[in-house]
Design a protein around this ligand. Sequence first.
Ligand SMILES: [Zn+2]
Ligand SMILES: [Zn+2]
Length: 253
Amino acid sequence: MKAAVMKELNRIVVREVKEPACGDREAILKVAACAVCGSDIRIYHYGNDRVKFPAIIGHEIAGEIVEVGSMVAQLKAGDRVALGADVPCGTCFWCTNGMGTNCSINYAIGYQFPGGFQEYMLLNETTLRYGPVTRIPTGLSFQEAALAEPLACAINGLELARFGLGKSICIIGLGPIGCMMLELSRIYGASQVFAAQRSRTRLELARQFLPEARFIATEEEEIVETVLRETEGEGVDLAITTSGTVKAQEDAI
Ligand SMILES: [Zn+2]
Ligand SMILES: [Zn+2]
């Protein structure tokens, strides 16, 4: 089978590798879609302590289960699933106390475990027992399902910020996550949505996700000034930055 193998920094080659073998408590996934995360780009350029080369990265994955071990009960061949990245170890202090997000080992697909930039991937026992493996409905395409992981990240952000019905929001940065935030703010029942983006082209692309939002092209309009003017000087309930620039953080505060 083919895999995109990262051999060293800034170098990924597509080559033939051995298909993974399925153990009794494991499963094999035929990868149908694997999106490229911002963190994949970071690993590609700068590496990561948890990624040892040669490595197969990629963790925004959807596909079909093609084989399960004899001891696996929760999945069967033919199941369509979406994966996430982080896999709690299930046995450390944090995991056994219900806080897998703080796991002291912090396994992840596309990090210590081979990821989705390959035709078939192994879902090992830890991943099947504790990891984010979710069955998806037939009507959902694999391409869409592969975005479940970044979408979950956006939802988690809004939940941590206690965003909800009737609140106002300003989203700064309209890349893929910013566009998800736009759709989510409508679903969460936002009363008023500001959406700021420097480049006009990207801003126009983002419009389709929530046409009624107040879009701010930051090369032409000041974010803070505009938001204050249009909220009677009160500002918004929540400012979210989905851009890494210093200016975005300053404007949000
Ligand atoms: Zn990701
Ligand atoms: Zn753990």
